[in-house]
Ligand binder design. Sequence first.
Ligand code: CP
Length: 303
Amino acid sequence: VKIDLISANDLSRADIDLYLEGATWVAGASPSEKLALLRGRILMAMFFEPSTRTRLSFESAMCRLGGNAIGFSDVAATSVSKGESFLDTVHTVENYADILVIRHSREGAARIAAEASRLPVINAGDGTNQHPSQTLLDLYTIRRFFGRLEGIRIALVGDLKYSRTVHSLFRALRLFDGVSFRLVSPPSLKMPDYLLPAGQDSVQQGSDLVEAVSDCDVIYMTRIQKERFPDVVEYERLKDSYRLDAKMLTGAKPHLKVMHPLPRVNEIANDVDPTPCSGYFEQVANGVIMRQAILLHLLGARP
Ligand code: CP
């Protein structure tokens, strides 16, 4: 039976533990130990939307495991630009690879591909819906910072309506005991109701970032995503809703970590980078570790 990685909603606590264990193994293994694990295997990166981290870290992860990566990140240079359908594209490129990594602007695109293809499929972000590999690397990063995930108090800040990253993370973190949330956003960018749990004791909604900084362990910032807004005037009104700078961190708990899936625009000032609170470049580094663990698991090559 093939395994796909499509949504945080599909992941049990045991699944997440397996990925976290895999990443811990990858982090401790020597480069030469890993280099034979996926020799001869090919990753197909199908990026219908822009990316820096997700595409390149998956490609890097494949190379570090001895495999190869091919694909496209410029749809205009593929036959999609001549009118070829998404599924015909999937059925074509599955002949060239062993695993598909798909980013698409349409919610559900990766699941449709997974149902149609005989290959394992990784959802590298589908519209405003899900970004599960980002969530796994975020969980790994939080556990590295605090030694645990249980009992963490985290603020999810910014565009909670359209951010697939926080939609996945919000779901996955609720599988860990005692995690509590502050959801901080402008009223029009609130977390969609359908993503809120029934009993909301552990979830506090508001719009005040300063309050969140004072009582959370993690501040998870997000970009206000221009590309998701149907109305550019609304984007212009909201784009600078939050900006975290070093001065604002003076009221924080000493162990506070600031995270961000990146790319950032203005929401974290550069003066946060050299502070001990900054955690977003560690997320980037952990991305290639977790993505090696994901590839090993989905390709049945866990050592
Ligand atoms: N975090 C993330 O998905 O970054 P990219 O858009 O650069 O892949």
